[in-house]
Design a protein around this ligand. Sequence first.
Ligand SMILES: Cc1cc2nc3c(=O)[nH]c(=O)nc-3n(C[C@H](O)[C@H](O)[C@H](O)COP(=O)(O)OP(=O)(O)OC[C@H]3O[C@@H](n4cnc5c(N)ncnc54)[C@H](O)[C@@H]3O)c2cc1C
Length: 496
Amino acid sequence: MSENRWCCTVCGYVHLGSIPPACCPVCGATPDLFEQADPLPSSAGSAPRNWRCITCDYLHAGDSPPGCCPICAAGADRFEPAAEPARISADRAVSGDIVVVGGGIAGLSAAEAARNAAPEASVTLICLENDLPYYRLNLTRYLAGEISVGDLPLHPESWYAAQRITILTGAEVTGIDRTARTVSLQGHPPVRYDRLVLAMGAHSSMPPVPGADLRNVFTLRTCSDAETILEQSRPGVRCVIVGGGVLGLEVAAALARRALQVTVVEGFDWLLPRQLNRAAGERIAREVRALGIGLVCSARISRLDGRDQVEGVILESGDPLPADLVILAAGIRSNTYLARLAGLDVNSGVVVDQHLRTSDPDIFAAGDLAEHQGTVYGTWAPAQFQGTIAGMNAAGGDAVFAGIPRSHGIKVLGVDLFSIGVVHPDDASYLVFEEDGDRYRQYIFRDSRLVGAILLGDTALAPVLKKLIEGGTSCADLLAGAGDAREVSAGIARMA
Ligand SMILES: Cc1cc2nc3c(=O)[nH]c(=O)nc-3n(C[C@H](O)[C@H](O)[C@H](O)COP(=O)(O)OP(=O)(O)OC[C@H]3O[C@@H](n4cnc5c(N)ncnc54)[C@H](O)[C@@H]3O)c2cc1C
């Protein structure tokens, strides 16, 4: 691998490679905004310390890539060297107290970025959960028995001490006093801040149906939710999952592996309606049924039945579905109440600008909590990026989050699936190419640019599509492209 270093002139991200990246993964800057940086004086030639999965953007810290990406299961060969920790000139770096609320991936990334950018600052990470920050997205793999609880933490406890990050677990922030610049905590003295990063994430939304408070009705957001579900997951137990999105299907596949009798209820006409069109959604339905999972689409829940414990789900059609266990997987809502009480601008999420600053210049927000240009992403990679940028900026930096196309894969189900960007062209201004044979592929163009894609059955082209879409690649560039880009253009020529 080449040792050239390319520095993004907008946010300072450093890319290792023979040429600049198609698009800055931190701020979205185009290749012309990269300039070649000097080689590192002392560590040149040593192994990179950060690695980026080219399929899902997962960032791994270490001297070598992981054997397998913990997010999308890509092999070590799908990792490329990634940015070194950003540095901020000493005169701009904050030297006071940086406090981060929320120990998910956004909060952890913010704390780490703040520590790297401002070595003199004190950095405190406050976590409501008792567990150290963990791979929340791998809870479905834990449910499936693919990994154990010991595989979940992002870092061992010693890492926080080594990074000089003070971590408080089992600590709930109950208020933000913007005048005194303190956060109040349940059972602890208030904590003072100079800069605050809010990363309280989201909770599972509860559909307003009667019976949702019965025993054995669960949602899955935390490790303790997963443990509660596992306690009830014995072979033969009848489980109804409400919601045929990514989470609902992953939970369904996980519990089917444990020999529960699983049925998924989806209100839309096909599965994964946010990620897939009808053709791809119906192909996924065939794969799901082949796993022995029952499916009811175009069906809405009217109520949950039972005296004390749930006994069944009644659909709006009146049809009953017997159930010993019900899991609600009907989307998320950002945990905005602390920000609302503190008088920050809040919409669906806490409203942030391109620097991930809230309506208070000393308070930043990131991850599932933050709403950037009308979007709450609700997925791992944007939460990790946003956390890094918010942490860097809280420490005195000026990095920009330019937004990224949403992309999705699916774990546990055993189906190769990738979707990115626009998947539902809603007017005639889009040009759609589709291949519906042994595998399914769809490419969507608008204004001569690739803006969305679906791959089902063979996702080898996912990394290149991600780069092409994030880089706003035009048709002309695509046709002139080399390597994998040529495979995409040849595929489109076959579909045309
Ligand atoms: C089961 C599951 C599977 C998923 N699979 C995928 C996937 O395959 N791909 C993908 O991209 N995404 C996936 N996601 C979504 C992804 O995990 C989230 O987008 C990501 O974790 C968001 O990170 P976050 O740090 O913004 O928020 P969170 O992970 O929600 O972390 C927020 C933290 O803040 C804490 N907190 C809240 N309030 C307070 C308070 N008052 N005081 C202190 N702490 C507080 C919470 O307890 C929590 O620990 C999945 C999510 C789940 C639940």
